[in-house]
Design a protein around this ligand. Structure first.
Ligand code: DGJ
Length: 739
């Protein structure tokens, strides 16, 4: 049994194949404390690690120094106001204005399942167990139910918390984090993903120091700037070895993740909904479910952590039937035409694309209302028949007649002040009554906490989807939330708006995928500002970034792949000079880099150079040949351009180790160098492999300079030699197949 309660020691032990997580009950009434998280250990009694047999002992033995106990005990869910000064995970304000809360163990149960969370994205799957520990503050009448789940085939641990008001008066939740645990600091670095628009998820690593370090978003979405993920990596841990702890939040709104190093050199790691812009009123009898946090531990370095997350998300989070299906190679007209298109232009693009083997045309922003730039019409989800003469169905039928699928763009959460919708319903925008709200990209955000607004949005989106054979939706979101005020919520519930907004987005996307179960949904937020596990529950792929430059994408995709399977990363080949930064890279290299994601095009195929157009069928062949290896394989990071400023290299390896694909990009060439030696990873040491190189000019594999067969252990220990290439930005794809 992966989860067991050891009665004699009062210890809960949660095991996965390679990890153990131990929780202990100390004193009477009992506090719930964190004993251990790390490599798998046997079922010995380990409660001594709670340090309750040393000064200051537990409060029942030393009431005089309870404060010292409270400030040192490793609480599983630290609360506010009773002497734990290392950061609280739960803060509750009562009607009398106080915020003091002390939780004691009440009961526990072990379920033979992984329950779903109402209204929230959540990991799912059979062969799972869940431990629920109920705790309570009797004075306030508030209970906290701590939940821990594991799946038989994963080393991840899923945590969440539910708060229940058992009292007679309302309480206000001011802070509810989903996960917190303490551990001794044996020397860790904090790894996070930071960025900005068109620079999402760049990896940063810094030593953990005394005090608080962390990251957050209070932008109403998970954001371009910070990602709801943090890892603690032991000093010296690298891609292949070393202890790494990961925490990732299955949520798409405001979050806060932090590490606190205290006076006894202990760390407290926490993750949850940000307390800023959050206050949730709980009436007697009501409960509040916090989102899930996914914890991982591995001794196999960052690569080991990545593979645990990738497998968990592919097996237990992404629900779309497209997870296991080949995604149609799409061509999106955004960078091709921006707003300047009509049905003729789109059909011309589709016609040329179909000839090259591209399988779907996606019509991006600008097809509705009076929208000819980004200043108007969001909310007016009616086809602009001045632009699309003959209407949407005619266009879609035309595209279908070419043998291609059709996809469409929406930004359902928004409203332009210059729109019929806003003129009819100015109160539908999120704003504080009496204040002019801050404009972002000339638009406001719809108050989706109101049901009638959600219903309007859903009715309009489905009317469009019902009007033609539309098989893909890109759901965009292009501004952050400000001016938090809802015309509908009472004063004591205005603090709920940010979270209600996220719940509303989830509800709308759930309705969408239920009504259109075959629809391929791609989430997007001004590029990758809402690339998070919450969104993956609804869409199997998310647009990674508005930066489509192959070189910058290497770093964005490396950071994204630290936690996400490559099958989730929206990646396209675009035209040069690149629209985000003006760089010119070879068309072939743009193809190699986009292959590490969902693969598609974002260019005007009728206008690109002939040589590039001629290469598209070869890239299409490449995608069909290697797609499965990329989407379903194990990911190994060999070298990082972000670290070495020279070259990038990664592999995907088939689960049975019979085949691997290596992508190498020489970003900056150097004169007078030897061939570069690269040590492969993930192969079967005992198998023998042959290496072929994919030639983008012919679309076929050809012999590589290493012509023999080589043992897996040789390739992994001694490595292979990378043929020299001439010039900057040169890519190479090697197919390594067991013989
Ligand atoms: C931002 C997206 O990231 C782009 O791909 C494009 O869809 C634009 N929005 C359209 O406004």
């Amino acid at each position: 049994m992966p989860i067991a309660y050891h009665k004699k020691e009062n210890v809960f032990k949660i095991d996965t194949e390679h990890t153990s997580y131990l929780i202990g009950l100390a004193d009477k009434p009992a506090y719930v404390g964190h004993i251990y998280y790390g490599g798998r250990i046997a079922d010995h009694d380990l409660e001594y690690l709670l340090r309750t047999e040393e000064n200051p002992f537990v409060p029942s033995k030393n009431a005089r120094d309870k404060l010292l106990f409270m400030d040192a005990f490793p609480f599983e869910l630290p609360t506010h106001g009773v002497g734990d000064f290392r950061g609280d995970a739960l803060r509750v304000r009562t009607e009398n204005g106080t915020e003091v809360l002390e939780l004691h163990y009440v009961s526990h149960e072990i379920l033979q399942e992984k329950p779903q969370l109402k209204g929230l994205p959540a990991t799912f799957g059979k062969e799972a167990q869940t431990l629920k520990i109920l705790t309570e503050d009797k004075v306030v009448g508030v209970q906290a139910e701590l939940s821990y789940s594991v799946f038989a085939n994963s080393d991840a641990l899923i945590r969440s918390v539910r708060i229940i008001n058992r009292g007679k008066k309302p309480v206000y939740l001011e802070k509810v984090y989903s996960a917190s645990f303490d551990m001794d600091d044996t020397g860790f670095d904090l790894i996070t993903l930071h960025g900005g628009w068109a620079r999402e998820r760049h990896i940063t690593r810094n030593p953990v120091n005394y005090g608080f370090q962390g990251l957050s978003s209070c932008r109403g979405e998970s954001s371009h700037q910070h990602h709801p993920f943090l890892a603690l990596a032991a000093k010296g841990a690298d891609q292949t070895q070393g202890e790494v702890y990961g925490l990732h939040f299955v949520y798409s709104g405001n979050f806060c993740g932090s590490v606190y190093k205290g006076q006894f050199d202990q760390l407290r790691v926490m993750l949850g909904i940000a307390e800023e812009n959050f206050c949730w009123k709980l009436e007697p009898g009501e409960d509040f479910q916090a989102p899930e946090a996914v914890l991982t531990y591995t001794a196999e370095g960052l690569g080991g952590m990545s593979r645990v997350y990738h497998d968990l998300y592919r097996q237990h989070l992404i629900r779309s039937p497209y997870l296991k299906k080949k995604r149609p190679i799409l061509i999106n007209n955004w960078e091709a035409t921006y707003f300047d298109f009509d049905e003729k232009k789109l059909l011309a693009i589709a016609k040329e694309a179909a000839k090259s083997g591209i399988e779907m045309l996606v019509m991006d922003d600008g097809w509705f209302g009076s929208r000819n730039d980004d200043r108007s019409a969001l909310g007016d989800w009616f086809v602009n028949e001045k632009k699309l003469k003959g209407g949407l169905k005619k266009l879609v039928d035309g595209v279908n007649a070419l043998g291609m699928k059709f996809g469409i763009w929406f930004e359902p959460e928004m409203i332009s002040p210059d729109s019929d919708l806003y003129r009819a319903h100015p109160d539908w925008a999120i704003a504080v009554p009496g204040r002019r709200a801050v404009m972002g990209r000339d638009q406001y955000v719809l108050d989706l906490s109101r049901k009638e607004i959600r219903d309007y949005v859903f009715e309009r989106v489905s009317a469009i989807l019902d009007s033609a054979n539309i098989e893909y939706v890109k759901w965009d979101m292009n501004r952050q939330l400000t001016d938090l005020g809802s015309y509908d919520l009472p004063a004591d519930r205005q603090g709920e708006l940010s979270h209600r907004y996220v719940l509303a987005v989830y509800e709308l996307q759930e309705r969408l995928i239920r009504r259109y179960p075959k629809l391929l949904l791609e989430n997007c937020s001004g590029g990758g500002a809402r690339f998070d596990p919450g969104m993956l529950y609804y869409s199997p792929q998310i647009w990674c970034s508005d930066d489509t430059d192959a070189v910058e994408r290497l770093m964005i995709q490396e950071g994204t792949a630290l936690v996400y399977p490559l099958s989730a990363m929206g990646a396209h080949v675009s035209d040069c000079p690149n629209h985000a930064l003006g760089r010119v890279t070879p068309f072939a290299t743009r193809g190699y880099v986009a292959l590490a994601g969902t693969f598609g095009y974002e260019l005007d195929i009728t206008k690109i150079p002939e040589a590039d157009r001629a290469m598209i069928p070869k890239q299409v062949a490449m995608y069909h040949k290697y797609h499965n290896l990329v989407a379903d394989g194990d990911y190994y990071r060999i070298a990082s351009y972000g670290e070495n400023h020279s070259y990038d290299c990664y592999m995907t390896v088939k689960k049975d180790r019979s085949e691997a694909l290596l992508t190498y990009v020489q970003v900056i060439a150097q004169a007078n160098t030897k061939t570069r030696k690269i040590r492969l990873q993930g192969l079967d040491a005992a198998k023998q492999y042959r290496i072929k190189r994919f030639n983008m000019e012919t679309g076929k594999e050809e012999a590589y300079s290493l012509k023999g067969t080589y043992h897996g252990d040789t390739l992994m220990q001694a490595g292979i030699l990378i043929d020299k290439t001439w010039g900057d930005f040169q890519g190479m794809l090697l197919h390594i197949v067991a013989v």
